[in-house]
Design a protein around this ligand. Structure first.
Ligand code: DX5
Ligand code: ZN
Length: 220
């Protein structure tokens, strides 16, 4: 069964600490923080000081999804603010190998994110050097978008290549994840479901997380 990473992009920003506490108490496995710079993506969200401010509200690992250009200039600040897994985009302007090394040198885990139009094969040369693969199921920039089912074949392709290389890391899927889209995602092999709207806008957050965790499980 997949793990669940609520994306605080859909939370109440006036009460972000309490929102993080709420999903942690409701059974989440990670906290997913979306960082946008207005350049790599059109939107702007939060920075390291916000990660630091909310860090104390949960003991869960923080996945910090950097949708920013030149992430190498900022990974130190995010590491020091309490991020556990730092995700960078393969499409972002940077020397990816040195960014990966830098994150590891800071003692943090590396996630590599791949946008919908980017072929998954472009991540293959890096699979042995990363701790998580993030398959984007929307074009990043905004919460509440519609899931793109065409990305799903990327998951078994990546898993097969990982097995071939003898090093398998978890695959997270992010964007438009609901119990309905989480189901085919988990069946395709997604290990972690990142979900903003379907968790934070749900009438019952605990129930929303429970339904996501049951995705892909045999209902017999
Ligand atoms: C997209 C972000 C996602 C997304 C999740 O740019 O990386 O984390 O906002 O939100 P929902 O689940 O609402 O698509
Ligand atoms: Zn995200």
């Amino acid at each position: 069964m997949p793990l669940v990473a609520p994306s605080i992009l859909a939370a109440d920003f006036a009460n972000l600490g309490e929102e993080v506490r709420k999903v942690s108490d409701a059974g989440a496995d990670f906290i997913h923080v979306d960082v946008m710079d207005g350049i790599f993506v059109p939107n702007i969200t939060v920075g390291p000081s916000m990660v630091k401010a909310i860090r104390g509200f949960s003991k869960l690992p923080f996945i910090v999804h950097l949708m920013i250009t030149h992430p190498e200039n900022h990974v130190k600040a995010f590491a020091e603010s309490g991020s556990d897994i730092i995700e960078v985009h393969i499409e972002a302007e940077q020397d990816l190998r040195s960014t990966i090394r830098l994150i590891h040198d800071l003692g943090k885990k590396v996630g590599l994110a791949v946008n919908p139009p980017t072929p998954i094969e472009s991540a293959f040369p890096y699979l042995k050097d990363i701790d998580m693969l993030l398959v984007m199921s929307v074009n990043p920039g905004f919460g509440g978008q519609t899931f793109i089912p065409g990305v799903l074949p990327k998951i078994p392709k990546a898993k097969e290549e990982m097995r071939r290389q003898g090093y398998v890391v978890p695959v997270e899927i992010d964007g438009g994840i609901t119990p309905e889209t989480g189901e085919p995602s988990a069946r395709a092999g997604a290990d972690i479901l990142a979900a903003g709207t379907s968790v934070f806008k749900a009438p019952d957050v605990r129930e929303a997380i429970r339904r996501l965790r049951e995705c892909g499980a045999s209902k017999l």
